[in-house]
Design a protein around this ligand. Structure first.
Ligand code: G6P
Length: 434
């Protein structure tokens, strides 16, 4: 049986992950579950409710909540990390500052993603270091955002650490593809895929007998995007619909929908309410609901009738832990150092590609040469991600300005500078002094 720490215990996603883990004890048995956060007050709201849920669903699992690193990271096999440095208040700034200049305001793309990256790097490294200090044999499964920049930072600054970087976006899109053509589960598909995080393309999708499913999926996407009709969140609806436009740019591949931010940036901005962004929606929707539901559970002393559901969309995290724990060699998309897997692409870039995952980590599957169109876009974006990490390490204003200027989402260097100067001011409690 395994011992797991969820880092970012106060996250709105934590109750869902806890329930998911408890629903999967037959596949991934737990002896111990710990929540760790550096914000006690926030974590306590979530943790008190989770304690009740654990007692109800699996009283045999020992449950601990802590803000003490030694307690949080001793005697564990896995860290599941979904931290958000600066919380939603800073996400709101990441989104709204660029929008003032008619530039994409988004938590992982463009200037907002860069700002969030500068905050996340030390937070993720801190957790990795705690894990290595107190449980040197453990693995960190990291899905903290912005995943691309965080992954590059861990490659560069902790090259030998046992960390796997993974994102839920391709998983979510594959689920939609599967549904679109009438499959029960994305697990009926084997995919080839290459790209960067939030910036990739599916090149081949087959069923387990080897039949080509891609033409049917493309046919669907040409008409509806990845809009399969069960997602009622307006801001996401548009993300899924835009897939058909991005797909038109290369009719052989299927895109990650976040490519819209790079290819249709101005249209996206036109679509956005600059005073009420995704952060506002999440704060007033998910965050309020999770916190009030947690308080209600604690007052009632039971989770009966709760609307907090298991985060089934996150089942890939259980798959990933299982792959390592039981050496399953499951094929999963991870964010890993290229090292030739994409043959005509920079060796040290962190790319998102299929890997086989087992007890000793991952083995990447070679994806061959990629076309000039995708390669050009990816080179520009990799430059952004590498410049951010270099800027962080060297505390370099100039490199961060270069990062914003290279980003396809920013129209010119002057606007890059104006946005950067505002971001520096907004992030003074988080970033190193440049
Ligand atoms: C997807 C993306 C994440 C992103 C999240 C935002 O899962 O892969 O990178 O952070 O959506 O979701 P939210 O509901 O907070 O806007």
């Amino acid at each position: 049986k395994f011992s797991v720490t969820i880092a970012g215990g106060g996250s709105t996603y934590t109750p869902g992950i806890v329930k998911l883990l408890l629903n999967n004890l037959d596949k991934f048995p737990l002896r111990q579950l710990k929540l760790y956060d550096n914000d006690k007050e926030r974590q306590d709201i979530v943790a008190d409710a989770c304690e009740i849920i654990v007692k109800e669903m699996a009283p045999e699992v020992s449950f601990t909540t802590t803000t003490d690193p030694e307690e949080g990271f001793s005697d564990i096999d896995f860290v599941m990390a979904h931290i958000r440095v600066g919380k939603y208040a800073m996400r709101e700034k990441d989104e709204k500052i660029p929008l003032k200049y008619d530039v994409i305001g988004q938590e992982t793309c463009g200037p907002g993603g860069i700002a969030y990256g500068m905050r996340s790097i030390p937070g993720v490294l801190e957790i990795l270091d705690y894990m290595e200090k107190y449980s040197p044999e453990a693995w960190m499964l990291n899905y903290s955002n912005p995943a691309a920049i965080v992954a590059e930072a861990t490659r560069k600054l902790r090259p030998n650490s046992k960390i796997l970087n993974i994102c839920d976006m391709p998983v979510g899109i594959e689920s939609r593809m599967a549904k679109a053509i009438g499959l029960k589960s994305r697990k009926e598909m084997d995919v080839r895929y290459y790209g960067l995080n939030h910036f990739g393309w599916w090149t081949d999708i087959r069923d387990k007998e080897g039949n080509d499913l891609k033409p049917r999926i493309i046919e669907y996407v040409k008409e509806h995007g990845y809009d399969v009709g069960d997602h009622h969140d307006a801001s996401w609806q548009h993300t899924f619909q835009i897939a058909k436009d991005v797909q038109a740019l290369d009719s052989e591949t299927l895109p990650n929908t976040y490519l819209k931010y790079y290819m249709y940036g101005d249209q996206e901005v036109a679509h956005t309410d600059k005073n009420y962004t995704r952060a506002n929606m999440v704060m007033e929707g998910r965050e309020k609901n999770v916190f009030s539901e947690c308080n209600r559970i604690v007052e009632a002393g039971t989770s009966e009738g709760t609307n907090l559901k298991a985060g089934d969309h996150a089942s890939y995290i259980v798959d990933l832990a299982r792959a390592i724990a039981y050496n399953t060699h499951e094929r999963m998309l991870l964010i890993v150092e290229n090292k030739g897997a994409i043959n005509n692409f920079e060796e040290t870039a962190m790319v998102e590609i299929p890997c086989l995952v087992g007890a000793n980590g991952y083995e990447p599957l070679a994806q061959g040469n990629i076309p000039r169109f995708q390669k050009g876009l990816m080179e520009q974006q990799v430059a952004v991600e590498k410049l951010v990490v270099e800027a962080y390490i060297e505390k370099s204003y100039q490199k961060l300005l270069q990062a914003l200027t290279v980003s396809k989402t920013v129209p010119n260097a002057e606007i890059a500078k104006q946005i950067l100067d505002e971001l520096i001011e907004a992030n003074k409690d988080f970033w190193p002094e440049l």
